[in-house]
Design a protein around this ligand. Sequence first.
Ligand code: AMP
Ligand code: DBH
Length: 542
Amino acid sequence: MTPLQQTWPADFAARYRAAGYWRGETFPGFLRQRAAGRPEATAIIGGDQRWSYAELLARAEAAGAGYLALGLRPGDRVVVQLGNIPEFFSAVFGLFLAGMVPVYALPAHRLTEIAHFVAKAEAAGYIAAARGTDGFDYRPLARDLRAASPGLRHVILVGEAEEFTPFASLGGDPASLPPEPDPASVAFLQISGGTTGLSKLIPRTHDDYIYSFRASNAICGVGPESVFLVALPAAHNFPMSSPGHMGALYAGARVVLSPTPNPEAAFPLIAREGVTITGLVPPLALLWAQAAERTPHDLTSLDVLLVGGAKLTPEAARRIRPALGCQLQQVFGMAEGLVNYTRLDDPDAVILDTQGRPISPDDEVLIVDDAGEPVPEGEPGYLLTRGPYTIRGYHNDDAANARAFTADGFYRTGDVVRRTPGGNLVVQGRAGDHINRAGEKISAEEIEDHLLAHPHVFDAAVVSVPDEFLGERSCAFIIPRGERPRAAALKGWMRGRGIADFKVPDQIVLVEAFETTAAGKISRRELRARLRARLLAGETAE
Ligand code: AMP
Ligand code: DBH
């Protein structure tokens, strides 16, 4: 197995420890502490279940001991694909307690993505729900996955497991659980949005990740009395750590799970549970602002709404506070590390018009030009970053690492930003060719590769197009081969490829040819840019 690692140079690590960022805490350690300190306090509320901290720990221990009894071993990687249900937490903390490594998949992922995570992580196990909160049946997916993944030894399902292991059947002696892990070791693998090709795996350590949400708690005002609503999928880095459900559990607060982020599901929960803080992507924040105008539900408990994942325009930002009666906090983050927040007491100009500033005094931010040279202060440039919770490398991907990190360890975020005189970042755009569809990042290259497998597709180029509701949507330009494929049929065929629905192109435009220049072929990047410009200028018929 490719070893899991995430290491910083010794002098950096020493500095981060000395500054008190890395405190030697671990996931099993902090859960045990909270359960010992306030066993009766409510930890998780979801569906008709309410678990205290003691109960969460007991359930996680049963799961952890159960994984060991099944034959999974400490160090094994296990892909977890669970929606916003309490078992997400017992499953994941069970893995932490058993010294195993969760790999976080989203409920929207399908066979192609899950098989890729299993292969790339060399996972020994897969945990999902028999049925998702949207009713999707994961059992056929689990069957196909098992057939496609020879190394996968165990499939565990929450609910009606059929031939697989029922999650509820797991149990064993908590004394069988291994000792606490090394705080510098990799705790889990998060998934990158996949800016080029397939998603990459992001190894995060106990020390670095716990620092990111402990510090986020202070910035977002999360304490033991907070009630955090998980409205976005729990496995997403944003609702997990900014400050997220992990921040809330670290603080000893309550975590409330909404099965979907729609106001119809979330508003009654806010009213009933007295939710104080939650996070949304911009389109949902606007939907909530609209729905709040005529809701019968009392939303007055809500103090803070975090909005991030994609750019919130200043006009949209202005609508949120009056409509929802809470403070707006913009957050610009990434699963690879760096997270920026506007602060709760910032002036309006900062809260409405910027994406905030880094968590840590030791987050190094460089804004550079094409040659890698710093741009004049206030000018836009590529954002590079390095710091106490930003990774130095992806798992098992030398090619991606060579592209994504500078020789001195800065992560190339791919975002184009400028810094205001007050030190806040404003996201201007990006360098890479991906689509940010309502916070879901889609790699143009990955979708093109799928399209090229279609018998009547000669060539394909996928671009992002501004969209009033989603922020951006995807448009695929296709040069047909032989028969002209129909857009609806092509979309249906894409769905059949076993990919997340959000990756199916929103729009398909057939063209006769892609342009070339006098000098010959142009780069894919340049081609996508030209096609996008033609579409926006209204030059391409649909
Ligand atoms: P990922 O690497 O998949 O975790 O996605 C992180 C990326 O999402 C960032 O590099 C940005 O491109 C984008 N992003 C996150 N938050 C914001 C925001 N508030 N405004 C604009 N873009 C954002
Ligand atoms: O988009 C993201 O990945 C993101 C957004 C806000 C994130 O990872 C985060 C905050 O931590």
